[in-house]
Design a protein around this ligand. Sequence first.
Ligand code: GLY
Length: 253
Amino acid sequence: MFTHAIVRKPSLAMLKGITTANLGEPDYEKALQQHQSYVQALQACGLTIITMPSTSTFPDSCFVEDTALLTRRCAIIARLGAPTRQGEEADLRELLPTYFDHVETIEAPGTIEPGDIMMVGDHFYIGLSNRTNAEGARQMIALLEKYGYSGSTVVLTDMLHLKTGVSYLENNSLVACGEFLRKPEFSNFDLIAIDAAESYAANCIWVNGAVIVPAGFPNSAGKIEAAGYPVIPIDVSEFQKLDGGLSCLSLRF
Ligand code: GLY
């Protein structure tokens, strides 16, 4: 169960965020409203929200999930792979010791963005992507092992982050689309297959029994509901325009 979530409000600089989506420029006011609805959904799932102030220095900083990996035993501060995102993690150094006795850090030349990390119990799958390199994954696995966890890597070919296309919903259930439907690493899970036309919905989050999904993907929501999960649809269209998934908007612990 999670008790807390860290979020970071978008600043107007988000209009200059990294994107390959070709969905147009985000509407900032709408993004703020959507962010607020997202926070309310997390609260409805029982989480206490820690809101970091927005910053105009980093256009993508609302995607706070990429700045650290938070576990029950330690927090690990990331070193982000996108050059314009390096430094987003600095404010976490001050914040995390309030909540974690052990705070570790990934060092250069390692890069890792925790959008590439999926927790399944005490095991962590780490996507090797354009943002997460082998050295970042090696350091992350060594730190996880120090705290009694395990980790393994998954090579990505198409997706931005591992969790762009795969989400663990507990109870051995895995939402997956695209390249992840055929990965041997995931063949023992009960797969909830997301159609290519709704691939954005493969990034969803289990929060204390419910699943928060992006609104507008009824087929996927229906499949997740049929698997036994109450579904909370939240519109995050303005973040989708920046390649950002729903999970990227919070750090849950
Ligand atoms: N725009 C989010 C990212 O590229 O990380």
